[in-house]
Design a protein around this ligand. Structure first.
Ligand SMILES: [Cu+2]
Length: 196
């Protein structure tokens, strides 16, 4: 399972459970409001101490929450485990652009170009303030922190162009701090890499 599938699975899993709960709770509310309305039950009944019920409504939500954690943890591990053969690109965030540095020291601004079929590891840091590297197509959102190195990775599995955003408010031109990821064929990448 790719990290993208992992993240999407958590999203749909939690959304699905939320949806079932929403429908269930709303339906129960309506049924109770109608069935136990004042005109039918003028004197309210009192219930105390129901161990069975209390155990059920403690254990069942705990299991649901833990299962969300388990599904989320699996996706998280996928996002954090970089394949060994990954191509490494250093990423420097600065007000207000992204600098990409390739293995041969080629440098680009706001444009990340990578070859199709490769895993790409991004080593992130910031030259000034806190920035956030976000690549929604690959479900990546990692802070770029001054004086610290963070990382992200993705599998470049489809030719195309994808948006990169800054997701930490970093100054007046934060909204303009965007870039593009371009996934190209291996040959195209090699030619591009050698270009001045
Ligand atoms: Cu920024």
């Amino acid at each position: 399972m790719s990290p993208v599938e992992g993240v999407d699975r958590v999203f749909w899993y939690i959304l699905g459970i939320s949806f079932v709960l929403l429908i269930g709770i709303t339906a129960a509310m309506i049924v109770f409001a109608v069935k136990y309305r004042r005109s039918k039950h003028p004197v309210p009944a009192t219930f105390r101490d129901n161990w069975k019920l209390e155990i059920i409504w403690t254990i069942v939500p705990t299991i649901i929450a833990l299962s969300m954690f388990a599904v989320g943890w699996k996706a998280y591990v996928g996002l954090r485990t970089v394949p060994e053969d990954a191509l490494t690109v250093d990423v420097y965030a600065q007000q207000f652009s992204w600098i990409f540095v390739y293995p041969n020291d080629k440098e680009t601004e706001d444009e990340l170009v990578v070859p199709l079929g490769k895993s790409v590891k991004l080593n992130l840091t910031s030259e000034d303030v806190l920035h956030g590297f976000s690549l929604p197509a690959y479900r990546i959102k990692v802070d770029a922190v001054p004086g610290m190195q963070t990382y992200a990775w993705f599998e470049a599995d489809k030719v195309g162009t994808y948006d990169i955003h800054c997701t930490e408010y970093c100054g007046v031109n934060h909204s303009k701090m965007a870039g593009t990821l371009r996934i190209v064929s291996e040959e195209e990448y090699q030619t591009w890499l050698e270009e001045e």
